[in-house]
Design a binder for this molecule. Structure first.
Ligand code: SF4
Ligand code: SF4
Ligand code: SF4
Ligand SMILES: [Zn+2]
Ligand SMILES: [Zn+2]
Length: 585
């Protein structure tokens, strides 16, 4: 049972996370799941609705353990089928319960003791016999009793969410809303709730395929499409970039530098939303975000305006649901879900994410041996390239996940700007670029104003940037095409260039982009005016960074959003680079 209290109203108890008195957010004062030892099931209420017995507290949340995961646990404990006829649940991490009793299980020890190759073999040896239990589970007596006993809770959360969905969508037409679909259990439930509450199947779904998804997710997506043939399922996928190739150039992602989220998630989804709803001014997005997923998410609002896509209004109908609620819904309504949960993955996302738990990683090694080994080899090659003494150890101990900056990577050289103030001309900086000057360079100066190649001395290849309104010259760029020396003079301290310090920062940011842009799409995602497009991204192609001067309003969001001008700057920052820059000053 979940209890809420409102801090503002003298800690009065509330039924939901919204205080009925003041309307503010109420905090969770307790979350308890009880075990009925008579029925062998977890309950939301202390008193079991099936038998009337009083249950005992078992955890703050709970999920069912399916026969596939059950067999894995048994194999790891060297007791195949010991729990096959029993009621098996997990309250979190190490905490497995069999018939309400916690079993001794330490993920850390298990991983240390059991090499994944051995485990794969043992699971194979036992999987034929396990088929009987997979079949049986469909009519499992404990699951039926769990559903029966928690009917009131189920009906309560479903009614609440349905009412919410109906109300919020009233102002939107069908073609101005979509479900953000990841193939995980939360978005599966959200999708089902939305379509049932609105009584129609033709609600657009956008699936973000990061290219790093579990294979079970693709399989589930296909099943979903077949089952919901009237539901438009649009795929947001960055087909131009290749994760493995990028890992070689800029290093694998780490906890601090999750560049793949920008490239494969945000960038791809933003583009999809822009093209799908280009004629709409307001779009409603249903998300499957739950506060109890993580501490960071506990602070989320049920409704929010997307900071990046101004027309997107995102809502989470299941924001207050627990994992217990999610499974209660899935099992009660007998809806299909991603098989990864049957295997024991508690979250479905990218299988190689540096944020994954060691247990998820272990499961990936067992269930996706080939991909796992390929990625491991990439990590080992990377460790060798950056000169790690013991590459195997660097990878197995998870050292790569803690990586910060691009030390040892050749491409990082481009993140370093070499410049000095010009000794002869006032308000001028001389740059020594890492790549030759080409026409593309001027594109990056469009946010500051109009590019003019007429008024300058063409013999010296002088290019001016003029103020948008008054056409006064603001900047002068001097540098021959095909060469690396570039002189930038601030001609007028107007518009974006308040003073030399600001001008220097803005100019450096754009030159950094010229040197290191790998087309991560972050700049494009941050332009609210649809003026910025990045094309020709694929491996071996020359990335094109294009700004449409008719659409650009000079808001400078693309210039200033990331410190140093480019999202990749942080990823590629190096110690040597810092020293070099220092010397240049
Ligand atoms: S691997 Fe992790 S950081 Fe990379 S896209 Fe997936 S979730 Fe984001
Ligand atoms: S300039 Fe940097 S942040 Fe912008 S798209 Fe290129 S790599 Fe991404
Ligand atoms: S973010 Fe602003 S400055 Fe940059 S391209 Fe878009 S409109 Fe222009
Ligand atoms: Zn209140
Ligand atoms: Zn009972």
């Amino acid at each position: 049972m979940i209890k809420y209290k409102c801090e503002k109203c003298n800690n009065i108890e509330c039924e939901t996370s919204i205080c009925p008195v003041c309307g503010e957010r109420a905090y969770i004062s307790s979350s308890e799941i009880y075990w009925c030892s008579e029925c062998n099931i977890p309950n939301y209420e202390k008193t079991c609705a099936c038998c009337g017995n009083e249950g005992n507290y078992i955890g703050t949340d709970i999920r069912p353990v399916f026969p596939e995961e059950r067999l894995l646990i048994e194999v790891l404990l060297d007791k195949p089928f010991e729990f096959a006829e029993k009621s098996v649940w997990n309250t979190s991490g190490n905490n497995y319960y069999v018939n309400g009793k916690k079993i001794k299980f330490s993920i850390k020890d298990i991983i240390a003791k059991n090499g994944y190759k051995d485990v794969i073999k043992k699971i194979k040896d036992n999987s034929e016999k396990n088929k009987v239990y997979l079949e049986k589970f469909k009519e499992d007596e404990y699951i039926s009793r769990f559903i029966e006993s928690n009917k009131i809770r189920h009906n309560y959360i479903v009614n609440e969410a349905s009412k919410y969905i109906k109300n919020i969508s009233e102002k939107y037409s069908d073609d101005a809303m979509f479900v953000s679909f990841s193939g995980g259990k939360d978005s599966t439930v959200t999708s089902d709730l939305v379509m049932k509450s609105l009584g129609k199947e033709n609600i657009i779904h956008i699936y973000g395929d990061t290219t790093l998804e579990y294979p079970t997710t693709g399989v589930y997506l296909e099943r979903f499409r077949k089952e919901h043939s009237k539901t438009p399922m649009l795929i947001a996928k960055n087909k131009e970039q290749d994760f493995n190739e990028l890992c070689k150039v800029i290093g694998p992602p780490s906890r601090m530098m999750r560049w793949c989220c920008t490239i494969f998630k945000t960038g791809a989804i933003t583009r999809k939303i822009e093209t799908t709803f280009k004629n709409k001014t307001n779009v409603l997005t249903f998300q499957g975000i739950r506060r109890n997923e993580s501490t960071a998410r506990s602070k989320y609002d049920r409704e929010s305006n997307n900071s990046k896509i101004s027309k997107q209004y995102a809502v989470s109908p299941i924001i207050d649901w627990t994992e217990f609620d999610i499974w209660l819904y899935i099992l009660t309504n007998n809806i299909d879900f991603n098989d990864a949960y049957r295997l024991g993955f508690s979250r479905v996302g990218c299988w190689c994410c540096p944020n994954n738990s060691s247990w998820s990683e272990y499961l990936a090694s067992i269930y996706m041996e080939e991909e796992y080994e390929r990625f491991k080899n990439i990590l080992i090659d990377f460790a060798k390239e950056i000169g790690k003494g013991d590459p195997e150890e660097y990878v197995s101990s998870g050292g790569w996940k803690a990586r910060q900056g691009g030390n040892g990577l050749e491409y990082s050289e481009n993140a370093v700007l070499e410049f000095k103030p010009c000794a002869l001309i006032e308000n001028t900086i001389n740059f020594e670029l890492t790549k030759n000057i080409e026409e593309d360079l001027y594109e990056l100066f469009k946010p500051f104003g109009e590019i003019n190649n007429v008024i300058g001395n063409s013999r010296l290849n002088e290019i001016y940037v003029l103020s948008r309104g008054t056409h006064e010259p603001l900047l002068k760029l001097t540098g021959r095409l095909g060469q690396k020396n570039l002189k930038v003079t601030v001609v007028n301290f107007k518009g974006p260039f308040k003073d030399m310090k600001t001008a220097e920062m803005l100019i450096k940011n754009q030159i950094t982009k010229y040197q290191i842009c790998i087309g991560c799409l972050a700049c494009e995602s941050h332009c609210k005016f649809n003026a910025l497009k990045i094309t020709d991204i694929g491996v071996g192609q020359k990335i094109k960074y294009k700004i449409d001067e008719n659409k650009c309003v000079g808001c400078l969001e693309c210039v200033k959003h990331f410190s140093g001008g480019c999202f990749m700057k942080k990823v590629l920052r190096t110690k040597i680079g810092e020293q070099k820059r220092w010397k240049a000053k």
